[in-house]
Ligand binder design. Structure first.
Ligand SMILES: CCNc1ncnc2c1ncn2[C@@H]1O[C@H](/C=C/CNC(=O)c2cc(-c3ccc(F)cc3)cc(O)c2O)[C@@H](O)[C@H]1O
Ligand SMILES: [Mg+2]
Length: 215
């Protein structure tokens, strides 16, 4: 039977990356996407210039990622976390979750990551009771773009954000998340900043929106 793109991406990780070395896993995926097949990972330009620097400056103890896909940004974030910090990542497609688990394991960051196979709308309300989460210091939004706003409001309602919590949203230009941007840039509860970049592995315009919850 035919393999899927995530499965081919995983094969490239097994072939080219050094087990236990998260940077080599990130490099192997970026090479695969540059040389073989485009895939919707945040990529190295947005990843190194924006995602990595926001993670490092936030120095988060508790991170939520919406939309694991193959685990590329999961590995990037986890490799920058301080000891004992935890990253919860939500992925509702079982095939993508299966690939992501193996990418995360190969990178050697599994003990920092809890991959929950499920839908954000169902699991965000369960974060406190199921995982003992108080609030998230950082949330990386990279799932369906038409769900960024709904899930942000859900996190607010569930009391999962505190003063200083950082929301970092991928693709606010391409494919775009217009309702999210409209809300977050006009809400007195957030201080937002746009980081201009390019769509992963292309020259197309894209960027990330960083929003600090003011409480
Ligand atoms: C239903 C909402 N809740 C969800 N809960 C848990 N997991 C979810 C959810 N939504 C989607 N997912 C998962 O996240 C992933 C989806 C990511 C969506 N991302 C994009 O569409 C995307 C798309 C592009 C893109 C840009 C230009 C193009 F020409 C084509 C594609 C670039 C990106 O960086 C992207 O992130 C999948 O693995 C999906 O199964
Ligand atoms: Mg994205």
């Amino acid at each position: 039977t035919q393999s899927t793109r995530p499965q081919r991406l995983l094969a490239a990780v097994h072939k080219k990356a050094t087990r236990g070395n998260p940077r080599s896993v990130v490099k192997a995926i970026d090479e695969f996407c540059n040389q073989n097949e485009w895939a919707m990972n945040v990529g190295n330009e947005k990843g190194s210039e924006i995602l990595d620097s926001v993670v490092s400056e936030t120095n988060p103890g508790c991170v939520l990622e919406l939309g694991t896909y193959c685990g590329y940004s999961t590995v990037r974030i986890a490799s920058l976390l301080p000891p004992h910090a935890q990253l919860i990542t939500l992925e509702f497609n079982p095939d993508n979750a299966a690939v992501a688990r193996q990418v995360i394991a190969w990178a050697g960051v599994a003990e920092k990551v809890r991959l929950v196979e499920g839908e954000s709308g169902e699991w965000i309300p369960k974060m406190k009771e199921q995982f003992g989460v108080k609030t998230f210091d950082l949330v990386f939004l990279d799932h369906w773009k038409n769900r960024y706003l709904l899930d942000t409001k859900l996190m607010e309602e569930c009391g999962l954000l505190k003063k200083g919590s950082v929301l970092l949203a991928d693709n606010v230009v391409c494919p775009g998340a217009p309702d999210y941007l409209e809300y977050i840039r006009n809400s007195p509860q957030y201080k937002s900043q746009f980081f201009k970049s390019h769509l992963e592995y292309t020259k197309a315009e894209d960027g990330l929106e960083k929003s600090v919850f003011l409480g």
